[in-house]
Design a protein around this ligand. Structure first.
Ligand SMILES: [Zn+2]
Ligand SMILES: [Zn+2]
Length: 366
């Protein structure tokens, strides 16, 4: 039933019940006034049950349960959180772009000249190649992760393999699909909504997201290691600012000191924080799970364990195969061309049909 006709039908039903309720009240007052006590209590009970039915008819259907009621009660809070997250997404993307640009500018202005003037030729070549490779990988994967759609179930096709119906989109949900309340749409193989990308991470941009995390972590580690000596120098120099008489540093030198300290503190903190997140996602990929599935599978495993059964993830194809599926590695050379170099190839599969491994490896213990 369509949404528009549904509420009109609900309203007419409520009105019919209200009329009946009024008729019952009228009957009670004028019909057989002066009746016995049991008759009055019977009528009151009937009135009470009709009032309850009237109230329930306004919101009750076969899908209603305590979760739905809680959802309704918290709907305004969800609405605020979703909108704030959506708005913060734009701010976060600007922040990532600005901070990354500032790090690159500091490297070009203060770190690279030191490397070029004081390092041996083979170290200069290493720094130029490694630094620029990491920069290209970070920029490429961040751009692709933010601009690539994660993939949504088709709205025009009805006959698609689905496990349930989305209550919000009123469309069939294929396996591994979940509704994102921030994007307000169902996402294929949804991992999570990432405010740093202002985008959902799903079937078509999962690889870009993970590669961005990986190369950003490597880039931050590279920056903090290569600027470590300069950071210690700058730190000692800044400590000497407060000596009397103060040291005679030029404006360029003081700017360089402060910039290098900012660079080292920022890259080291991001390396630790993002490194942890990348490691967590690497564990999930090895298990063939998304972040959403991690919670669902853990609950399911606990439930089956209580019944003496073992849970097996149907989308786990073995550790190495999971990585090959994520990166789209079909032959050995792809590790170089598709993982270590920027590549725009599509992931295997359409995100709607999923090849469950338990059909190949024997039945699940369900
Ligand atoms: Zn949905
Ligand atoms: Zn989303």
């Amino acid at each position: 039933m369509r949404m528009g006709s549904s509420w009109r039908w609900q309203l007419s039903r409520a009105m019919r019940l209200a009329l009946r309720w009024c008729r019952l009240c009228h009957l009670q007052r004028g019909g057989r006034g002066g009746g016995s006590k049991p008759w009055i209590s019977g009528r009151l009970l009937e009135l009470w049950s009709y009032s309850k039915l009237l109230l329930q008819s306004l919101y009750y259907n076969s899908l209603t349960n305590s979760d739905t009621l809680l959802d309704c009660a918290f709907e305004p809070i969800y609405w605020i959180v979703d909108n704030v997250t959506r708005w913060f997404g734009v701010v976060f993307v600007c922040l990532v772009t600005m901070l990354t640009s500032s790090v690159v500018i500091i490297i070009y202005l203060f770190v690279l000249p030191t490397i070029l003037s004081s390092y041996a030729v083979h170290w200069i070549v290493w720094h130029l190649c490694c630094g620029h490779w990491l920069l290209i990988m970070v920029v490429f994967h961040y751009y692709r992760a933010t601009t690539t759609s994660p993939g949504h179930p088709p709205k025009d096709k009805i006959h698609i393999p689905s496990v349930s119906i989305c209550k919000k989109c009123i469309t069939p949900k294929p396996p591994r699909t979940h509704h994102c309340s921030i994007c307000n749409i169902c996402v294929l193989k949804m991992d999570h909504h990432c405010p740093w990308l202002n985008n959902c991470v799903g079937h078509f941009n999962h690889r870009y997201f993970f590669s961005f995390c990986l190369y950003m972590t490597l880039g931050c580690i590279y920056c903090s290691i290569s600027s470590r000596d300069l950071f210690l120098e700058a730190y000692n120099a800044i400590e000497s600012y407060y000596q009397t008489p103060p040291p005679d540093y030029t404006f360029r030198e003081t700017t360089a000191h402060k910039s290098v300290i900012f660079l080292w503190v920022l890259t080291s903190s991001v390396a630790v924080a993002l490194g942890g997140l990348t490691l967590w996602h690497a564990i999930l990929i090895s298990r063939g799970e998304t972040s959403v599935e991690r919670h669902i599978n853990r609950k399911e495993a606990r439930r089956l364990k209580e019944n003496g059964k073992v849970f097996r993830n149907p989308y786990h194809s073995g550790k190495m195969n999971n990585w090959k599926l994520l990166f789209g590695v079909e032959k050995r050379s792809h590790w170089f061309t598709r993982v270590l170099l920027p590549s725009s190839h599509l992931p295997s599969g359409d995100g709607i049909m999923w090849d469950c491994t338990f059909t190949r490896r024997g039945p699940m213990a369900i």
